[in-house]
Design a protein around this ligand. Structure first.
Ligand SMILES: [Zn+2]
Length: 260
């Protein structure tokens, strides 16, 4: 095995052992090995298809219809995705009491599928595996939306209870971050004594402020990402290894079983 990776896994294991309240903060890089595209990366979906801003979605059925049309296409790759080694390792760490919680920027539901309980997880950007009415918050499954879309001759459906717009339960461009979730993520960050950022470029605000808040409150900061991030210089440990391989190694160091 790669000597650099081995050293990184040893150093990370040591920090995890010293911590009593570790928090993981995950981004797109965690899910790339699961076939989930990184929308923001060069060549990613967002560089080909300009995102539909929240305001347009709310005010125009044509925009809603276009958003749903794209969503159904995109879901072909989402549906096949299963948790990767990184997800399984983090879920095992939560079970073993080594990780107090996970804050994620991902919308792919893979932390839940890997077994992380809802009360240990904060989804800052929502969840793409179901939809909600923007007016009354009623939940709709995507299978219902697709059937209603087709039944309407290819048009975005409205809420059957209140007539409001039905939208994937994700946070769009121009849509406010959910305040309660942001608050909880900040509380967890401030309470953490070890903050591990995994597969996130740490450039999207306000989420990128979380590691800074943790660090200011005395936490050690670990950044695991393929590319350099703006916060590398304040981190205690920066690792640019393959995430799945690294976290597999970490599990061996911590002697946590049941990952596979
Ligand atoms: Zn409604």
């Amino acid at each position: 095995m790669d000597a650099e990776l081995k050293t990184a896994a040893t150093d990370l294991a040591s920090l995890v052992r010293q911590s009593s309240r570790a928090l993981a903060f995950t981004g797109a890089g965690l899910s790339t090995e699961c076939g989930i595209p990184d929308f923001r990366s060069p060549g990613g979906l967002w560089t080909k298809n300009k995102p539909i801003p929240f305001e347009a979605f709310v005010s125009s059925r044509a925009a809603r219809t276009e958003a749903w049309r794209r969503k159904f296409v995109m879901d072909e790759s989402f549906k096949a995705a299963v948790p990767g080694r990184g997800h399984r390792a983090l879920a095992a760490m939560v079970r073993a009491g080594r990780l107090a919680g996970i804050v994620t920027q991902n919308i792919d539901n893979l932390h839940q599928v890997s077994g992380v309980p809802d009360d240990r997880l904060v989804e800052l950007h929502g969840n793409g595996t179901y939809a909600t009415c923007l007016d009354c918050a009623r939940r709709y499954e995507l299978t219902w939306v697709k059937a209603a879309f087709d039944a309407g001759g290819g048009a975005a459906p409205d809420c059957t209870a209140c007539g409001g717009p039905v939208k994937a339960a994700t946070i769009s461009f121009g849509q406010a971050m959910p305040e309660d979730k942001m608050r909880l993520a900040l509380d967890w960050s401030v309470e953490a004594d070890l903050f591990i950022a995994i597969g996130t470029s740490l450039v999207v605000h306000p989420a990128a402020g979380l590691p800074v808040a943790a660090k200011r409150s005395g936490a050690r900061l670990v950044i695991i990402n393929r590319e350099a991030t703006p916060l590398d210089e304040i981190a205690d440990l920066v690792i640019s290894a393959d995430i799945g391989t690294l976290l597999d190694q970490l599990m061996e160091h911590l002697a946590i079983a049941g990952v596979h």
